[in-house]
Every structure is written in C-alpha cells, then in structure tokens.
Design a protein around this ligand. Sequence first.
Ligand code: XMP
Length: 516
Amino acid sequence: MDTQTVVILDFGSQYTQLIARRVREQNVFSVVLPCTVPVNEIEAYKPIGLILSGGPSSVYDADAPAADPRLLEIDAPILGICYGLQFIVHHLGGKVRSATKREYGHAEVTVEDAATPLFAGLPANLAVWMSHGDEALELPAGFRRIAVTSNALAGIANEQRRIWAVQFHPEVHHTPLGPQLLRNFLFSICEARGDWTPAHFIQSTVEAIREKVGTGHVICGLSGGVDSSVAAMLVHRAIGSQLTCIFVNNGVLRKNEFQNVQKNLRDKLGLNIVAVNASAQFLEHLAGVTDPEIKRKRIGQEFITVFEEEANRIAQETGGVDWLVQGTLYPDVIESSSVKGPSQTIKSHHNVGGLPERMKLKLIEPLRDLFKDEVRRIGRDLGMPEDILGRQPFPGPGLAVRILGEVTPERVALLQEADDIVVSEIKAAGLYSKIWQSFAVLLPVMSVGVMGDQRTYAYTAAIRAVHSEDGMTADWTPLPYELMKRISNRIVNEVRGINRVVYDITSKPPGTIEWE
Ligand code: XMP
C-alpha cells in the first residue's frame, strides 16, 4: 500500500511540528526533515508536496541554515511559510530587504488573487498571525503577488513552477482559516488522497513488518505504557507467536500494575508475555541510594541485566532472536535530528540502551512516524482497552523517582497506596484524561500530627498534577478544592505512615514534572 508523503523542511521554526500535525490531521502523512538534508534524501520520499517552514534567521545571516537551493527544483508543489518565502525569493533571483527587528502579531491580509488555488473558498480578508521580518522587495521572475497586508507583502505565487508562499503562519491557532489554506495546498494543489487513516497505517505497517521479519523471532520490552503496548500489538498482529514480550516487575511499579498489565495484554489481547518478577533484585540494588541519577542508572543497568537474561533464554528456546521492538515515537526522532540537535540531558531516561548492539538485535520501531495521540488512535483501531490507551505517562524508573531519599520496600508500599488514592479519586472526578500527569510523591520529611488522641510522627506526601502538551513544558493544575480535600483525607486516614499532604504548585520550567 503506498503512502503519500508531504515533506516539511525545518528551517528552525518553533511551529514546524505544528505544520506536521496540521497536515496529518487531514489524513495526509507528513515528515519533518532538517532543511539541510541532501536533496536526494528529500526525493527518496517521493513527496507529493514540500512545505518550507518559518525560521528565526535572515537569508543574509552568516549562520542562516545552509539549505541547498536545488531543493526548489524538486518535482512537487512547494508551499513556503514565512522564512520559507524569503528563501524562495532570495534563491530564485528576487531581492529581500533585511530588517533589523522582527515583529509578530495579528494582521489582516487582503487576498489579491482569489483565483489562485491556494486561496480557493477563502474570503477576501483574512485574520492571520504574521511575523514581519525581512521583506521581499523584488520578486523573482515568473512570480506575482497574491496577498498583502496594509504595509507588507503577504503571499506570492508562480503557478507554472507550482510554488506558493505566504509571509504569515497558516499552521497556528491565531490564523483561524489556516486549516482551509493548508487543505487547499494538500488537496487541490498536491492532489492528496487523504487516506492516511489508522486502518491504512495498520495495514501497511503489518505488511512491512511481515516482510521484514520473515521467519525470524522478535522480542519486545513491555512497560505497560501506551507506546510499548501498541507497538507490541502491531507486531503481534503481523507475526503472532513469533513475538515474545518481556515484562519486568522492577519493584517500583504502581499498585497492582504487574497483575493488571498481564490481565489486559495477555488475557484480553492474547500477547505472548513472559512476566518476570525481579522486585527483590531491583530493591536490593537501590538499598542505600539517595542520589537521583544513581537511582536511575542502577534501575537502567538492572533492567538490562534481567532483560538480557530473559532474551537469551527465549533465544535458546526459539533457536535465536533477531529483532527487538521499540516504541520510539516521532517526536523522539525529530528531537535527535533537528536543526538545533539533541537537547541537553537533564535526567537520564531509562530504556534498553546498549542492548541492541550487545545482542546484535535489529530494531523494529513501528511507531517511529507517529505522535502520541496518533498512537492512541491506532491502539483504538486495534481494539485495545482505554485503560491502557488513556494511561498517563509513567517514567521508566517508576516510583523510585517519586520517593525522595532511599527507596525501601516499606516506602514503595506507602507510595503505592497514596498514588492509588490520587489516581482513583482523579478518575472518579472525571479528570484523569484531562490531566497530563497526576500522582503522589513521598517526601522523607517527617512531621508531627494528631489522630484521635494519638500523636503521630510520619512522612509527607506531595501531590502533583500538571497540564502539558508533550512533557517538555508543563503547568501545575489547580485541582478542585473538594477533590484535594478528599485526596488528603483519604491518604492521611488510609495510609499509615503518612500524616501530612501538600500540593506542588511549581511549573516546568523551572521545576521538572518528576521530582527526581
Ligand atoms: P521531567 O521530570 O523530566 O519529565 O519533567 C518529563 C516527562 O518524562 C517522563 N519521564 C520519563 N519517562 N523514562 C521515561 O520513560 C524516564 O526515565 C523518565 N523520566 C521522566 C515524566 O514522567 C514526564 O512525563
């Protein structure tokens, strides 16, 4: 099944991913590539259209992104946005006047050529989000102006060359008719079919996995989270019993998580799962450790040890393992190949790093092209329960990074109880799916309280609830007072060992979501 692709070239705009989303929302597949990729890499996608993003530079900057102007010769329609427009004008022989200052804001655009397909069905005046920076003074030969604002050029076209460009941002919320403009580009100009649906994705992915794997054997590390579960289900759909999933209890899972995941994925969905209870071993390695990074590293190392042992056993039973499934998502891929390069590591994330090389495993990453909400849509189409698909993100090192100070079996049990109360109350209030993450943190701070006539001296739990788009930034969420009251009452009454509850009102930045 062929997939039509729109390639988006990233010139460093904060909105590039948003363009990708807007295109995908129209059931058209899109990929973002750094603008500096060799032209033949763009051509390898056989794109049905090319979108050049905005960007912070001026075409005259010494460090302007070194994109190859030959990309403008590619045999596909092109839409330039903001910097994309300057790039087109500059490299096709026009003149751009460099401005010393950039201005962003609402603007009103007057469409001068309603007949150009880009503006089909749009009114003569459009409210847009504009970034005024450099200005195109002279257009390249064959181009004409198709839209203006009261003081600047807003759009150009060269229909013969199939190039259109706008100075404003159709992809942002502040351009209300932006989606229509993008639809015009996709469907009228690029002749997109708009058939990139979950069913299409599942079918083409399943076919590709079958072809790739042949008769080989595949393993997958399950965490119980959305990504690894959906990735495993896709591979399962493709090759059935040639897939073995490994699910490790690292001792810092949520209450009943080890049983629930098995119930949901093995009993209900038929995944072939080897469940390994390695709690004691993990907790031994965490004994005496208080430094957050050392905790993360120990859990990561131990995970690899356990996983490798199981994988070797499976290899013996099946005559060899060739492939490893990973739930890598599209934002991870973009992050590591962006114009700006991977961002600095604030916390080391726990995954099976190092394992594929050591065990000589080849990778299957069926979700590499998807954003999180698209993964959920695929999961729904695969018949997976909301229990798994709607789950809030949970970190690999689990409750260990929510227990400040030493992780002991007793503290894990305390936090499991408190966390269970937070989650169940937030679910009961109908807020679970509206919040990015909500959880309890166990602080090694003891304070005095009174229960009945008894003095208590016990730990403190902090409650954290945040809104976020992607985990990169987050705002703390004001939970309703009644809900906070219920959570606090229940924790103090039901969890022996916690006698005080506080609420975390820190956003990210400057805080992080997890406390460690
Ligand atoms: P922070 O605490 O860095 O977290 O603001 C951002 C998001 O990442 C999750 N997180 C992790 N996820 N392994 C994961 O798979 C990890 O080691 C890890 N640490 C943090 C965190 O829950 C939040 O959603």
